[in-house]
Ligand binder design. Structure first.
Ligand code: PEP
Ligand code: MN
Length: 346
């Protein structure tokens, strides 16, 4: 159930509604908008009609049942788009995330160089995996803690915010010490203990869509993080598994527009894993912007031929720079802007 407060409702009136929700056995989740506050009452679906009585409290405009299975992630509860703040960068509502870097952190020289190159090309965030989810246990698994330290060094040298993946609940604390944004990879999207743990950290989460998961399931996973207490979630479309084998995955850009329709959360697109084909990264980036994306995540490597993972799909820094130039007019057309980071956290 959503309790919509009147524009100009007082803090005391909002407090009173929250207390009443609690006393009825539900959990209040207030969302403070520019115009008005809406409060989600989360709990047992069966007895929720009792919440309808809240309409008689002062300052309440309406009490609306939520129709979608996801609640806190839903536009029904929060019509206004969410802006996720990362070191002075806004993602959502016109703020565009341009995240670039190698698949994995491989060495100090590699990540520092990559960071400087993607910054020069126009990126505002650096990506790079320290913990890598690999299909084969014999493939490079990442530099782990050492990789996180190198990412922090790259941030210090360039000022770029750092996005890196966390694979297991036990590593959440460690990764949060170093990263500005914690990424949940496609293979882990439905790792519910991980999602619950990420609900407790004071860092934004980049949630990549599972390759076998629907749009609804993706939003239910975001719901895990939101309902555990972390309001800063960015969704990422990175392609799904279909019968098509000419591309690595099938980039579902309709899902981007649908996610934006159903949810207030920012949505970004990863055309690199989404296609696995370098020549498709530019057209899919343009299409992603037209579909309403709030950002892009692209793999870029100073020497793709020497990469320890995903070298075949990594762009050269100069190729990435060309792409950044080419998408400029598309961003302008959609009223999107790439903000520069001020002080990356770590
Ligand atoms: C990645 O971004 O490094 C990655 C492993 O992507 P995905 O989880 O989408 O496969
Ligand atoms: Mn990769």
């Amino acid at each position: 159930m959503v309790i919509v407060m009147q524009a100009g409702a007082s803090p005391q009136q909002i407090q009173r509604v929250m207390e009443r929700i609690k006393s009825l056995g539900y959990e209040p989740h207030p969302m403070y908008g520019v115009e008005r506050t809406v409060i989600g009452a989360i709990g047992d679906e069966r007895g929720k009609s009792i919440l309808e009585s809240l309409i008689s409290l002062q300052g309440v405009e309406s009490v609306i049942p939520i129709l979608k299975p996801f609640k806190l992630a839903s536009r029904e509860i929060r019509p206004e788009a969410t802006i996720v703040q990362i070191a002075g960068i806004q993602v959502g509502k016109g703020g565009f995330a341009l995240i670039a870097g190698p698949c994995s952190v491989e060495s100090e020289t590699q990540i520092i160089k990559a960071a400087a190159q993607v910054k020069e090309a126009g990126a505002n965030m650096l990506r790079g995996g320290a913990f890598k989810p690999r299909t084969s246990p014999y493939s490079f698994q990442g530099l782990e803690h050492e990789g996180l330290k190198l990412l922090a060094k790259a941030r210090q040298e360039t000022g770029l915010a750092v996005v890196t993946e966390v694979l297991s609940p036990e590593d959440v604390g460690l990764v949060a010490e170093y990263a500005d944004v914690l990424q949940v990879g496609a293979r882990n999207m439905q790792n519910f203990p991980l999602l619950k743990k990420l609900g407790k950290v004071n860092r934004p989460i980049l949630l990549k869509r599972g390759m076998m998961c629907t749009v609804k399931e993706t939003l239910m996973c975001a719901e895990y993080i939101l309902s555990s207490g972390n309001p800063s979630v960015i969704l990422c479309e990175r392609g799904i598994r279909t019968f098509e084998d000419a591309t690595r995955n099938t980039l579902d850009l309709a899902a981007v527009s649908l996610l934006k329709e159903w949810s207030h959360l920012p949505v970004i697109v990863d055309p690199t894993h989404g296609t696995g084909v370098k020549s498709l990264i530019l057209p899919m980036s343009k299409a992603a912007i037209a579909a309403g994306a709030d950002g892009l995540m692209v793999e870029v490597h100073p020497k793709p031929e020497e990469a320890l993972s995903d070298g075949f799909q990594a762009l050269l820094p100069e190729e990435f720079k060309e792409i950044v130039k080419s998408i400029g007019p598309y961003l302008k057309l959609e009223g999107k802007e790439v903000h520069r980071p001020t002080a990356a956290s770590g």
